[in-house]
Ligand binder design. Sequence first.
Ligand SMILES: Cc1ncc(COP(=O)(O)O)c(C=O)c1O
Ligand SMILES: [Zn+2]
Length: 388
Amino acid sequence: MSNAVRTPFTCYMPDILGTMTTYHCPRDGTRSPISALTWCCPVCRGPWDLDFTPSPGLALHVLPGRANSLWRYEENLPLSSPEVSLGEGRTPLVPLTDTVSAKLDYLMPTLSFKDRGAVMLAELARRLSPDRVVADSSGNAGTSIAAYCARAALPCTVYVPEGASPKKTQQIRAHGARLVAVPGGREATALAARAAADEPGVFYASHVFNPHFLHGTKTYVYELWEDLGGRLPDALVVPVGNGTLLLGAALATAELHALGLITVRPRLIAVQAEAVSPLAGAFRVGAEDLLPAAGHGDPAPTLAEGIAIPRPPRARQILAAVRGSGGTFLTVSEDEIRDAQRDLAARGFYVETTGVACWAAVRDGSAYRPGSVVVPLCGAGVKTGMAG
Ligand SMILES: Cc1ncc(COP(=O)(O)O)c(C=O)c1O
Ligand SMILES: [Zn+2]
């Protein structure tokens, strides 16, 4: 059961955020006020989207002098004037080759792009004043939520699979979060966190189910738009597990286009590890959702553990976003991941194994025109070390 069952979700009183903003279900249109702490649609148990339209006003000339963080795009964010920030965003864009540039999201406060979304969830949680925050992730999302809850002085519990990497659990504990190690892998961990999330007074800081996370990750594209002087590259190459960066990128390009701030939308090129590629498989056969045979239970081992998600809850949205952009899916082998990590390190970039997948997919560059592709290097090498 989700909290929605206990909380009237058809009430549209202005909520604690001082707005009429609500969650809605993209599948069946069910709505819930944000203040209800309802973490999923009570009808289909799917993830929420957010009713949000940017206010007019964003333009390149209004940006100089604003906060040197992702909060500079305030007209286009569902929350503004945050009390919670670690100075996230504004990561460098540097050329790798004539064709491909890299955006260094591994230089974020907790060393991964997840900070873009985690700061939104922590700021929202602070405003909603829950008894506690829960999250589940063995990786970068969990560490990021733990750090931002520390910054917001919110009590936080992070569920991780037993056997999660000691470096990551150390970081979660260091930020003062309570760590619960769950036997039985990722699925069991998600179930344990969701059971906790159903308890009254709990805010589930889910990077998958809570759409505020996507309104944070979309700032990756707003920064590119600003850095490129009001345009976007032909192709945005993005790693996809649960698709939070990809869906954030799709949101940003739709918003920028609707506001007349770009005329041409980039193609979204989604990258998965060959070993765990349920979305690439569905895309290849023209399916609108995961194929029934897509893996249940824990995924096959891959060096790109951060994108090893066998059944992403936002699969339909991810497939539609890639198709709608005229993009495609690419997959990379374990050898290609290993080589790409070595190659980036040899160029001076120390990047974790998941964070090199996009470079592995497009480093040849021959399919693209000069200066037309951006890849995120989105997690720091110190998190995993070298694969070999
Ligand atoms: C470094 C890195 N890259 C990519 C991803 C994939 O993000 P998503 O699951 O939102 O697609 C993750 C997720 O943990 C990650 O840590
Ligand atoms: Zn629903």
